[in-house]
Design a protein around this ligand. Structure first.
Ligand code: IPD
Length: 264
């Protein structure tokens, strides 16, 4: 069953990815169709079109499933399977024509994420995982890096859209920068998590992620050997999500707990 869910997710993510990439390549400047939590939290017509496409493909194949999408809310299902979907993670990058954006689709079974796909339409790269089955990039197994020291770790992070939260996130970062190799802010949480899975980052953390940012990428990172967690014993979630190599996770978790990175 998980292989079937993954195959449906992957096919759908590729189709939605082609749609959003073709729409982006067709125009020099992408229009903002609306804003959400703040004036900088944008939605384009491609976000909406891609979510509609994903929703229609998934419901055509599995009409009794539930659906949680970034743009269009929640459908309660009856099958025990819920799809958690970000049609474009990294919408600001997409808006500006930067190639760091992704379609993210996860299947939750009885509340647990068990299959996930993150597809970058600009690069053509596709990460996949099912629970207990390892993680793959374009069909080849991926593994986290061997980094075992925070001081040598390349660490990704991100910022929310609310000004107050961003100021707090920046102040936490002031105390992280001096004790790590360097910081990256690529602008798409799902791809940051896949970067940890592929050893392109040694760790990633962010406060304020939504389920659709985290679901597929979190599974992929964990299946590649990352520790995926929140702080103070909580699971990765909105308060804080951290994905890191086992050798870096303990140090980074302790540092972020000390800095109160899970609070505004
Ligand atoms: C955002 C991106 C960004 C992260 C934000 C997310 P969106 O998702 O993943 O990298 O820093 O927290 O909200 O809005 O582009 O789908």
């Amino acid at each position: 069953m998980l292989a079937e869910l993954l195959a449906l997710a992957e096919k759908t993510a590729r189709e939605a990815g082609d749609l959003v990439r073709d729409r982006r390549e067709a125009v020099e400047r992408m229009a903002v169709a609306g804003t959400k939590s703040t004036p900088t939290d944008v939605v384009t017509e491609s976000d909406t079109a891609a979510e509609e496409l994903i929703r229609s493909r998934l419901f055509a194949a599995r009409p009794d499933d539930g659906f949680v999408g970034e743009e269009d809310g929640v459908v309660v299902g009856s099958s025990g399977v819920d799809w958690v979907v970000d049609p474009i993670d990294g919408t600001v990058n997409y808006l500006y024509g930067l190639p760091q954006y992704a379609v993210s689709i996860a299947a939750q079974v009885d509340g647990v994420v068990r299959a996930g796909v993150v597809h970058n339409p600009a690069s053509g790269e596709t990460w996949t995982a099912v629970l207990g089955g390892g993680a793959f990039l374009d069909g080849r197994p991926v593994r986290v890096s061997a980094c075992s020291s925070l001081s040598l770790a390349l660490v990704g992070t991100g910022f929310g859209y609310d000004a107050g939260r961003r100021a707090r996130q920046a102040s936490v970062l002031l105390d992280v920068v001096p004790v790590v190799r360097d910081i990256r802010r690529a602008g798409a949480a799902a791809l940051d998590l896949c970067a940890v899975a592929s050893g392109r980052l040694d760790a990633y953390y962010e406060r304020g992620l939504n389920p659709w940012d985290l679901a597929a990428g979190g599974l992929i990172a964990a299946e590649a050997g990352a520790v995926v967690t929140g702080l103070r014993g909580a699971p990765a979630g909105n308060d804080l999500a951290l994905a890191a190599t086992p050798g870096v996770a303990t140090e980074l978790t302790a540092l972020l707990e000390r800095l109160g990175a899970d609070h505004d």
